[in-house]
Design a protein around this ligand. Structure first.
Ligand code: UT7
Length: 325
């Protein structure tokens, strides 16, 4: 039997129009452009306008990916959307996007794996295609993370931004996704979380009903670097490849220092690493597909090249995909 692979046939992305630079932040929070750039590599982030939602950005990114692929929404048989900032509690943002695209009838669901959301969604979609269940799948990673940010908290507000990215996958006898690795350890939940919600309740005596990101930055940093080191090793092994066969590393865009550490581990020069954290900041599930679309549209990533995608985030969750573009 011929092996079925999931191939990326189109990419797209969308960013809110409003740009907030480090200099803008300096005006209302006790921080500096220098601190933000040196510690994180971030220079600016995009911020959703009032009323602009994760679903809006997702729909735009998805339409661009469908156009690039030459695939009609009505041909899709599955939509998987990674997000931790859905428009509403239910229906899922995937369902909202499905209807707006005109893909009514296909399976559609969200995956909440925080910053690893897109790579998790890609792993799920890959399994649907490999099993023969689906032929054309839309995978989206999207966030309006600034809705969970308190602008007076300098430890977190400088780090995050909003945006969405999408890919269309098609079943093919040509590779394709070679391997995906998905992991989680809920024991680390308190290092990066937003611990309010429908079931535990909201905090009505706090601003925004207690909805805000809490992160122990230094601890997250240490675990992220160590975990990503072993994740990239595991992924290469799963795909039966050497690091020297990789053309590009497309990492989660949280912190330039974490990205540099992973590249070093793989012996890859920074010229082979896609970096967008300077322009987008950390867009959680949006970050990897935004970086991928940027890499494709700028002509850096070319057909036939091997790409290693990886992400790490709240949960903790961590995930990777090694694929031929
Ligand atoms: O996407 C999910 C995964 N998330 C991540 O991967 C994030 C991982 N963590 C990080 O990227 C880094 O830990 C941060 C960028 C969040 C922080 O960098 P750091 O080098 O770990 O700094 P720190 O938290 O140890 O803070 C150093 C100092 C502190 O002051 P003292 O205690 O040394 O006097 C902070 O109060 O920097 C201070 N500080 C700031 N100063 C200016 C913290 N935030 C700011 C700020 N502006 N925005």
């Amino acid at each position: 039997m011929t092996q079925i692979y999931a191939r990326i046939v189109g990419t797209g992305s969308a960013l809110p129009e409003r740009v907030l630079t480090n200099a803008d932040l300096e005006k209302f929070v006790d921080t500096s452009d220098e601190w933000i750039r040196e510690r994180t590599g971030i220079r600016q982030r995009h911020v959703a306008a009032e009323g602009e939602t994760t679903g809006d950005l997702s729909t735009l990114a998805a339409q661009r990916a469908l156009d690039a692929a030459g695939v009609k929404a009505s041909e899709l048989d599955l939509i998987v959307l990674g997000t931790t900032t859905p428009d509403i509690i239910f229906p899922s943002t995937a369902c909202l996007v499905q209807h707006r695209l005109g893909a009514n009838g296909c399976a559609a669901f969200d995956v909440n794996a925080a910053c690893s959301g897109f790579v998790y969604a890609l792993g799920v979609a890959d399994k649907f295609i490999r099993s023969g269940q689906s032929k054309k799948v839309l995978v989206i990673g999207a966030e309006t993370l600034t809705r969970m940010v308190r602008w007076e908290e300098r430890e977190t507000c400088v780090l995050f931004g909003d945006g969405a990215g999408a890919v269309v996958l098609e079943a093919s006898s040509e590779p394709g996704i070679y391997a995906t690795c998905l992991h989680a350890d809920g024991g680390y939940k308190e290092l990066l979380w937003n611990p309010v919600g429908v079931s535990v309740g909201f905090k009505d005596d706090e601003p925004n009903h207690g909805v805000r990101i809490r992160m122990a930055g230094r601890e997250v940093f240490k675990v992220a670097v160590k975990t990503l080191d072993s994740l990239v090793e595991e992924t290469l092994k799963a795909a039966g490849m050497e690091a020297s066969q990789l053309d590009w590393l497309i990492p989660h865009q949280a912190n330039l220092r974490i990205i540099e550490a992973t590249a070093k581990r793989l012996n890859m020069p920074m010229e082979q690493v896609i970096v967008t954290v300077d322009k987008h900041a950390n867009t959680s599930a949006g970050s990897v597909p935004l970086a991928l679309d940027f890499a494709v549209r700028s002509g850096k990533v070319k057909r036939g090249q091997n790409l290693l995608l990886e992400a790490f985030g709240g949960g903790f969750t961590w995930a990777s995909a090694l694929l031929r573009y």
